[in-house]
Design a protein around this ligand. Structure first.
Ligand SMILES: [Zn+2]
Ligand SMILES: [Zn+2]
Length: 333
């Protein structure tokens, strides 16, 4: 890999670069450079390029992965669709979406509620499967967003960076690889989170293999359902992940550009109903910037917040507790 920003860019204790999305690709390049160099060819030049490049090689890896997943959705023309494929799509969208919204965001980044280590690990694992980066990397960037909102340091502000960069371009810049992780030290006491950060790529790959095996198994057991391994990978991974990506990305881009504002916050955050629905409640982003510690983002009765409804149901059966809410006199109704 490219040793992009030195030791400071790593999350202590994980031994892994936070934004390392495609280690195989980078390791292959490095291996080729060493091999060519040893044989007297210009591998040294390739090696120097990897070391001295002003663009972090991880940027190319992220761009390649993002493009590949979008193109992978076209596989639907080859695999077709079936009822099990749609069921898997829905489960993967909502299950992994809650991993991001309830797990990465409201639990790990903001500590909006309390829960045990097992449930926390379950949420974080579901977040990992959504392929939005490991938990420590995601939380670090998100906390920076709240600290530096709409300043030059906010690398996904549409006001300072432009809409496209705030939506997904920021992950394809060197800045995405520079988080030191110093703002996530409170999470280092959980070795299971470091494990997820370190093994994030392999967890994602295992998920793809699992979907393929499920589809192939169903094809053997019930061929009349018309499913296949490739079909479940296309619907359960490619399409589901790309949909979830853009739902999440819109919180950064759309919800700092279009929508209404219930609170006069020191930023451009907005409440956007469309994003509120597709991002499972995260689109009530102006409310969130006003009350970042609240476990509930949709504060008016009509502001649908699926993540809040799930958390409230989980609290009733004792899986989570101490759901934090703003004081009622502070909330506009
Ligand atoms: Zn924001
Ligand atoms: Zn937040």
């Amino acid at each position: 890999m490219g040793e992009p920003s030195g030791a400071a860019s790593r999350f202590p204790g994980t031994g892994h670069h936070p934004g390392l999305w495609c280690p195989v690709f980078l390791l292959a390049l490095r291996h080729k450079a060493i091999r060519l160099s040893a044989s007297g060819n210009d591998g040294g030049k390739l090696s120097r390029l990897l070391n001295e490049s002003t663009t972090n090689p991880g940027v190319y890896a992220v761009a390649t992965v993002m493009l590949s997943l979008h193109l992978g959705c076209l596989g639907v023309f080859y695999t077709g669709v079936s009822t099990p494929a749609i069921v898997v799509l829905v489960i993967m969208y909502f299950g992994r979406g809650l991993g991001i919204t309830a797990g990465y965001h409201r639990l790990l980044a903001h500590r909006s509620f309390k829960t045990g280590r097992v449930v926390q690990f379950g949420f974080a694992l579901a977040g990992c499967l959504a392929m939005e980066g490991g938990p420590l990397w995601w939380v670090s960037h998100h906390r920076s967003h709240h600290r530096d909102t709409e300043t030059d340091k906010d690398i996904h502000s549409p006001k300072t960076q432009g809409f496209w960069k705030s939506h997904m371009g920021w992950m394809m810049t060197n800045d995405a690889f520079k988080e030191s992780g110093t703002n996530t030290r409170d999470l280092y006491r959980f070795p299971e989170l470091k494990f997820l950060q370190r093994n994030y790529i392999w967890i994602v790959l295992l998920q793809i293999a699992g979907l393929y095996a499920l589809g192939a198994g169903l094809d053997v057991l019930n061929p009349e359902w018309g499913t296949s391994g490739a079909q479940l990978v296309v619907w359960g991974f490619f399409i589901s992940t790309v949909m979830l990506w853009h739902a999440t990305f819109m919180v950064n881009s759309v919800c700092h550009t279009w929508g209404s504002r219930d609170y006069d916050t020191d930023d451009a955050s907005t409440n956007n109903m469309f994003v509120g629905i597709v991002a499972l409640g995260e689109g009530w982003h102006n409310n969130h910037h006003q009350f970042p510690l609240s476990a509930r983002h949709g504060l008016r009765w009509w502001q649908f917040d699926l993540t809040w409804l799930v958390l409230r149901a989980m609290s009733r059966v004792g899986l989570v507790s101490d759901l934090r809410l703003p004081k009622s006199r502070e909330v506009r109704t």
